[in-house]
Design a protein. Structure first.
Lengths: 282, 332
């Protein structure tokens, strides 16, 4: 019982012991806390004040927009939507991708179909497709989640399938068959635990991409018009024609996107590397 | 002798590869009797493991294809059985022990958890009862401190102990047939003896039929009742262990026995059968062993010898050699 715990602890130290490791995790935590508690601490951004288009100051840390709304408050409130869409969409993508990946890895007859489907999905131009579908179903946070989730599982499926195939040829899978285990049981209790570290990595990387997709779609006006998200702040700046002059209105939401995506990606890569003995200590 | 529990008739397995069709097993007949041990003897590539995999339904097709034959168990032909019938037979009816116990156990679960899960799923036991039974089984295969060891992971066991865990898992559903595919090959000699002894004790307790796949003649001599010698995908000689060891009727069996080093002979070099096994892609006409055979004659290149009694009063002995009568009498 003790040995795997020690291994887990050592692995965690390897993954997150370096500055890039713990900084990225700390940033992710900060974003998560902001998403949960930020709107309780910061007033909902209101417009129609006198302070319009002010540059950052002690009173308005990130400045104000053309309606006099505080950009800092918008970024804080936007964190919730951006992260919620990112996480929810990545969960949809993970569930579909893992299920199809494991089916393809284990059920040889289904593999050609699943592989072809994955290849088709990967070769589709995703952004135009997302724009089209969101425009058709109507702009809202839910439709963003569903559209992004349903269109980004292919990479997860490919990753899980290739690793599942390695596990599927292990003798202990034959061992399970010899004892009368059916395909569903083998996929659920033998293959799934073996690829679970990869699922962790995929969640992080897919969420990072989903945040970018969300920002992009919101910037293009596909987001929920009644709530803030980082992409929406950028859209407002562009719509009101101040994108060239009010640099604070575009810089801060962009920085938030950059930091969140960067930290999620680095955390994912660090975790992945820590599982590979060849990159140990890098 | 009692009725066989497993009867294999005319089993043929092909592998479809890029270079052609490999005939891994051809026209194989075997009978497994309760409380008896059948040793399937042969060198690497002779088809012994493929035979076991065909019986257990482990062959991946493609590339493997069972082209003919039947495996009857409790009146059901397992090769024609539905997936559900097959799963029902596996584990509870026929079970298997693998050579490499480290990779044959799931590394992410404790050994007790793996045995308990099997019992919960297949026997509908409660979590508690299944765990208690798992500890009992671990105790039964003579692992000290079973209650504590049940909570360990496969990599925390030594090779011999891990093989015992594999055996505990294989007998958990009380199968009537156990196939052991080179169960002791990866172990050192003293541990090998303990594992074989354990298997025989379990066999004595519950009367299961044991099929032992091995290339170890020492193990065979000690534990087997019957032997089937395989060469290039076919059984070349079959019989009881004593007659077969005393008077081999096939030159290949004779060669195998001769190549065992012995302390009571002052040989300076080890004797080995000359040449190497034939290419299974292209066996051609005639006897597959003829090119390595020291007794081959003209007919061996033209006509493949069928399994037949080497001498008229040979009982259940069979050999596939044109000159088996001379070989068994030591005249060729």
């Amino acid at each position: 019982m003790t040995a795997p715990l020690v291994v887990t602890r050592a692995r965690r130290r390897r993954a997150f012991g370096s500055p890039s490791g713990y900084l990225s995790v700390a940033l992710l935590l900060l974003f998560a806390l902001t998403a949960v508690f930020g709107p309780m601490l910061v007033d909902k951004p209101r417009g129609l004040g006198a302070d319009i288009l002010q540059s950052p100051s002690a009173q308005h840390w990130f400045g104000t927009d053309d309606l006099g709304q505080d950009v800092f408050a918008q970024v804080i409130w936007g964190t919730r939507i951006s992260m919620a869409v990112g996480v929810a969409a990545s969960l949809i993508a993970i569930v579909i991708g893992t299920a199809l990946g494991l089916l393809g890895a284990y059920v040889k007859r289904l593999d050609p179909f699943i592989s072809t489907l994955v290849d088709v999905m990967l070769s589709l131009p995703l952004l135009p497709l997302m724009i089209l579908v969101t425009a058709l179903v109507g702009a809202s946070a839910t439709s963003l989640i569903v559209v992004i989730g349903l269109l980004s599982w292919a990479e997860v499926a490919r990753l899980i399938r290739s690793n599942g195939m390695v596990v599927a040829s292990m003798p202990y899978i034959d061992g399970a068959k010899v004892l009368g285990a059916g395909p569903l049981r083998i996929i659920g209790t033998e293959l799934l635990p073996a690829v679970s570290p990869l699922i962790v990595v995929s969640v992080l990387l897919t969420a990072a991409r989903a945040v970018i997709s969300e920002a992009g779609l919101s910037f293009l006006g596909m987001g929920d018009p009644s709530s803030w998200s980082w992409g929406r702040i950028l859209l407002n700046a562009q719509r009101s024609g101040v994108i060239a002059t009010a640099w604070w209105q575009t810089l801060f939401p962009s920085l938030a996107i950059l930091l969140l995506v960067l930290s999620a990606t680095i955390a994912g890569i660090r975790y992945n590397d820590s599982r590979d003995p060849r990159t140990r200590g890098v | 002798m009692s009725e066989p529990i497993v009867t294999v008739r005319g089993l043929s397995v092909d592998f479809h590869t890029r270079d052609g069709v490999v005939k891994a097993v051809q026209d194989l007949d075997l009978d497994l009797h309760p409380s008896r041990t059948l040793a399937l003897l042969g060198e690497s590539g002779s088809g012994k493991s493929v035979t076991a995999q065909a019986i257990m339904g482990l062959l991946d097709s493609p590339p493997a294809r069972i082209t003919a034959g039947s495996v009857r168990f409790r009146g059901v032909d397992l090769l024609q059985a539905s997936a559900a019938e097959r799963r029902e037979a596996n584990g509870g009816g026929i079970s298997m022990v693998f050579q490499d116990s480290l990779s044959a156990l799931n590394p992410v679960y404790t050994v007790g958890g793996q045995i308990a899960e099997l019992l919960r799923v297949r026997r509908g036991m409660s979590r508690r009862a299944a765990w208690d039974r798992a500890v009992e089984l671990i105790d039964h295969v003579r692992i000290p401190a079973p209650a504590r060891r049940a909570k360990d992971y496969p990599h925390q066991f030594s090779g011999g102990m891990r093989q015992r865990i594999m055996i505990a898992l294989a007998i958990a559903l009380e199968p009537s047939v156990l196939i052991a595919d080179e169960p002791t090959t990866a172990l050192d000699v003293t541990v090998q003896a303990q594992i074989m002894e354990l298997l025989l004790d379990l066999q004595r307790e519950n009367g299961m039929g044991l099929m032992l796949i091995t290339h170890d003649l020492g193990v065979v001599a000690e534990v087997a009742d019957d032997i089937a010698v395989m060469y290039a995908g076919r059984v070349v000689e079959k019989g009881g262990v004593h007659e077969l060891f005393a008077d081999p009727a096939h030159p290949y069996t004779r060669g195998l026995l001769r190549s065992v080093p012995r302390v009571d002979r002052a040989d300076s070099t080890l004797w080995a059968i000359p040449g190497s096994p034939p290419n299974l892609l292209d066996l051609g006409e005639g006897c597959a062993f003829r090119e390595r055979c020291d007794t081959a004659v003209g007919v061996c290149a033209v006509e493949r010898p069928a399994l037949a009694r080497p001498v008229a009063d040979a009982g259940s002995r069979l050999a596939a050699c044109h000159r088996s009568e001379e070989v068994v009498h030591g005249r060729a």
